[in-house]
Design a protein around this ligand. Structure first.
Ligand SMILES: [Zn+2]
Length: 332
């Protein structure tokens, strides 16, 4: 007897858990799965939980307490492999290792599970190597691939997998899950809305000890800009922001963007839809002070700068892919 869905350590996606648990119960586990959805939606979390469910021998699998469940969770189980791209690229050597390992018998469990994440970052040769394992599946091996979307990976790969498209988790589900982790209801609503229904994103903000302080600083900055047109203040703020690491800077800019968007939403008369639900008075005030046109332009400018802040990483990825595709002499 396997897994009542609620024992899976996953926020939301009940339908997907149900489907996987059913496959397990009826002994009809597919050879390969593809979980798609945006970053932070819970693809790898679901994949790990599925691996636990496949391997755990307790009646309540995945029980979360047995040695198997705990080792899978910690990434220490010899029959569960999680393979992630290195510096933005899933390389053919990484997949070849999976192919080799996939042909072996389980070390101690009944299945071997291979979780390959971010398949959209797979080099074509890596995707092709993977295709071979999918064409000649070895019994007792389950592959779980994750990707941002279905159409960014090789169609021949997709056709050999059972695809589960994960959608944003409803606000109420996220609020409840955050509440169970000790977040007060109002803050839980803010995190749920800011995350756009992505549990991974919400949990990251929750675990960030300085998140609320940084949000206050972002609100202060927006208010300072609104109340003073001093060039000196603005350039000093720019200097402070420029000192941050790209990742922290991106988060700070995202916070600013979320505030300006809330102001726009308020100005459009949709006050119920703002994300910073605990800052109504402040957003109403800003909506009063600023012109809609100026706020919209600022939001667009922040989005543009955000793209540039993230560029350095993408340049490397673009060059990797570009040069890996450079033509070589034809093989006879
Ligand atoms: Zn267990």
């Amino acid at each position: 007897m396997n897994s009542p869905p609620h024992s899976w350590p996953v926020i939301g996606h009940a339908w997907a858990i149900h489907l996987l648990a059913q496959a397990l119960n009826s002994g009809r586990v597919a050879h390969a799965y593809l979980f798609t959805g945006p970053e932070g939606i819970g693809k790898t979390t679901l994949a790990r939980a599925f691996a636990q469910a496949l391997l755990c021998r307790e009646d309540t699998a995945p029980c979360q307490v047995c040695s198997t469940c705990r080792r899978v969770q910690a990434g220490h189980h010899p029959d569960v492999w999680v393979v992630e791209p290195e510096r933005g690229l899933l390389r053919v050597e990484q997949v070849r290792e999976v192919v080799r390992e996939a042909s072996r018998r389980p070390v101690e469990a009944t299945y071997r599970v291979f979780i390959l994440t971010h398949l959209e970052q797979a080099h074509p040769a890596a995707a092709n190597a993977l295709l071979k394992t999918l064409e000649e599946p070895s019994p007792r091996t389950v592959l779980v691939l994750t990707a941002s979307a279905q159409d960014v990976i090789l169609p021949t790969l997709v056709s050999r997998c059972q695809t589960l498209a994960l959608r944003p988790v409803p606000e109420a589900t996220l609020v409840q899950a955050l509440g169970e982790r000790g977040v007060d209801p109002t803050r839980a609503r803010v995190l749920a809305r800011l995350s756009g229904g992505r549990p991974g994103h919400a949990l990251r903000m929750m675990e960030d000890a300085h998140f609320w302080q940084r949000r206050d600083e972002a609100f202060n900055l927006v208010r300072t800009f609104a109340e003073s047109s001093s060039r000196w203040i603005r350039l000093e703020a720019a200097e402070q922001y420029a000192r941050q690491e790209p990742e922290t800077l991106a988060e700070a800019l995202e916070l600013l963007l979320s505030i300006y968007r809330d102001v726009l939403v308020w100005q459009a008369g949709q006050s119920d839809a703002i994300r910073h639900v605990d800052k109504e008075a402040e957003i109403a005030q800003l909506a009063d002070l600023l012109s809609q046109e100026a706020v919209r332009t600022m939001a667009q400018r922040i989005a543009h700068v955000l793209g540039q802040v993230r560029t350095p990483i993408n340049v490397r990825l673009a060059l990797d892919v570009l040069f890996l595709h450079a033509p070589s002499a034809k093989t006879p």
